[in-house]
Ligand binder design. Sequence first.
Ligand SMILES: O=P(O)(O)OC[C@H]1O[C@H](O)[C@H](O)[C@@H](O)[C@@H]1O
Length: 529
Amino acid sequence: MNAHELWQRYQTYLLSDADTGLILDVSRMAFTDDFLASLEPAMQRAFDAMERLEAGEIANPDENRMVGHYWLRSPELAPDPAIAAAIRETVKRVTAFAADVHAGAVTAPGGRPFRNVLVIGIGGSALGPQFVADALGGPNDRMRPFFFDNTDPDGMDRVLETLGGDGLAETLAIVISKSGGTKETRNGMLEAEAAYRRAGLDFSRHAVAVTGAGSELDRTAEAGGWLYRFPMWDWVGGRTSETSAVGLLPAALQGIPIGDFLDGARVCDILTRRRETLRNPAALLALMWHHATGGSGSRDMVVLPYKDRLLLFSRYLQQLIMESIGKELDLAGAVVNQGLTVYGNKGSTDQHAYVQQLREGTNNFFVAFIEVLKDREGVSLAVEPGFTSGDYLSGFLQGTRTALSEKGRESLTITIPAVTPRTVGVLVALFERAVGLYASLVNINAYHQPGVEAGKKAAGSVLALKGEAIAFLRREGAPLTAPEIAAALGRPEEAETIFRSLLHAAANPDHGVVMTAASPLARSRFSAR
Ligand SMILES: O=P(O)(O)OC[C@H]1O[C@H](O)[C@H](O)[C@@H](O)[C@@H]1O
C-alpha cells in the first residue's frame, strides 16, 4: 500500500470515543474486510455470551461460578441486589477507611500516623495494585506503597530495609489473597509479622486483610484482631480484581481518586458493550488478536507503552491475558492448547533493546503500541530548536510503527489523552473485555486456571521430600550422595529432586546441611548437623 492508501485505511478503521478518550488504530494490521465479515457471526455470539455473563450466568463452568467484575463499577447491573449492595458497601468502606487513615482517625499504636502501605499479595492480588501504584503515584502520594509479591527472602529484606524499623512503625500492611491460602502470600505475611516483632511492634495493630469470607487468611485476621477485613468474592477472578477492594484499597490509601478510576472502567464498559464490532474497541482488539495469530496464539503480542508510567502494564496484561487464554482444552473438552503470549516493557527504551529483532528477525509477533498524548504537566524544554523530549517520544513511536509496517510487521495503536485515574480504569476495562470476547471467539473458558495447580502440588511434594532427606541425613551422620539418600528413603526415582533440594539447603545456614563438592557435581556428598 502506498502512503495515500494507508491514510485511507487509517481513516476507515480509526475508532475514537469522546467519553473514554480512547483512540484505536488497527490500520497497520493486515486484515481484510472478508476476514471481518467471516468472524462477524462468531463476534455476535461472543456479544451474546458476554450479555449472559453480565446477567449472571455461570460463565466459569469448571468452577461453577459467575463472572462479575463488570458489576464492580456498575453495581446496578449485578443479578442479585445483595451483590450490588455488597459492592457499594465495600467501596464506601474502602473510601471511609482510607479517609480515616489519612485523617489520623486510624493510626498505629501510640497515635503514630500511617505513612506507608505494604501490600502483601501475588498474581492477581499484586499485579493490578502494582501497575496502578506505579502509573498514578508520585512524590505527593498520601502514603508510600511497597510490595511483597514473592516468597523471595532477599526481596522482602530489601523492602524491609528500605522501610527501616522506624518506617515499619508507620506502615500499614495489607495482606491480599482471594483464596486466603496462597503460600507465597502466607510466607510474606509471616515474614512481615516477624519484622514488626523485631521492631517491637504488634503486627495485628498494623494489619488489614482483603480476602474471601471464611478463608484461612480471613480466620487468621479475625483471630488476630487485625484492624480491618475487606471482602473478595468468588465471582471475581484474581486477574480481574483490580476494581474490587484488591485494587481499590491500596490505591485509595495511596491517595488515588478511586471514584475516577472506577468511572473510567465504567464508561469503557459502556463503550465495549456496543454490538457494532467496528465501533467497539474491545471487539476490534479481540479480532486483531484472532487475525494476527490465526486464532491459535501463533504470534506474540508485544505491548509497547511509550510512557514510563505504563511500564508495568505489560506485566499486568501478561497475567490477565495469558492466564485467561492459555488453555489446554476448549469448552467442548477438545485439546486446543490455546494462548496469546504477551511481553514488553516500554518505548522508546525497548527500541534500544529488542526492536532490532522485531524489525528484521523472526516475524512471530504483532505490536500493541500504547500512546499517551499528554507529555507532562506544563511546558517542556526545547531540547533543540522547536522540539521537546515529548516530541521525540511521539516521533519514535510513529517511526517504529512505520519502520515495522514497511517490513510487513503488524501493529495496532491504542491512544489515550493522558495517564489519569480515569484512563487507567479505561485501559483495565478495555483489556478485560477484549479477553472475554476473544475467549468466546476461540471457545475457551477465560476464567479458570487449572494449569496453575500442577506446579503448586509439585512444589508441595518437593518440600516434603526435602524435609525427609534432611531428617534422614541428621540421623545418618555420614556424608551421602543424592542417589544413596534416595535409595535409603525408598524413592530411587527422586535422586534428582533430592540433589537439587540439598544443593539449595547447603547454600543456606537454615538446615545445617553441608555439601562436599565432587566432580561431576551430581556425585557430591551431603551431611547434616
Ligand atoms: O489471591 P490469591 O488467592 O492469593 O491468588 C493469587 C494468584 O494465585 C494463583 O496461582 C492464581 O493462578 C492467580 O490467578 C491468582 O491471582
